[in-house]
Design a protein around this ligand. Sequence first.
Ligand SMILES: [Zn+2]
Length: 208
Amino acid sequence: MNIVLIGIQGSGKGTLVENLKQKLKFSLISVGELLRGEVKKNTKLGKHIKQVQAAGNLVEIETVMAVIQKKLAQNENSNIVFDGFPRNSLQAEEFDKLLKLDLVIYLNLDKQTAITRLLNRLTCTNCGSVFNKTKVKNDLCPNCGGKLETRFDDTLEGINKRIEQFYIETYPLVKRYKKQKILAEVDASKTPNQILKDVMRAINEHNN
Ligand SMILES: [Zn+2]
């Protein structure tokens, strides 16, 4: 099953992916991570990506697709979850040529709740765990003792900009996949456990 996760920042995609691991065996494909991985391994693609990004440009669609194809060729799981891809209509079109999507999960969250969540978010500079400001006692990570910090772009201005960008670029995909009858909309204002239940129900319904 090929599954895509869509949602504004703060809608809980990262938490969902973590919780989903206990219920479903899948390969996670995060395009951002794949690109960083290629750069880190200094592959031919990686060298190119580094050049493009150093010049302040966005990595071209051909390169992004090549990186995804490379990853798909190594994939051993029958389930794949794509996080943060496709992000716009052009990517969705290219994606359709590459594989058949079975289910698109849209984590629907209102802008104000997302902003409140993001402004309260602390990230561990050591292990990357994310916490809610109101739930930690000090600025040390409960998991590893690392220092907790607000992400540099988690300012009201930065958050607003990214959410606006989502509605312009990514939100049209919700309609696209609804038309294709593969969209499952999940209320992302619920607790992580409830969201997991709703997502598992959507996956099982689609499997039948
Ligand atoms: Zn930590």
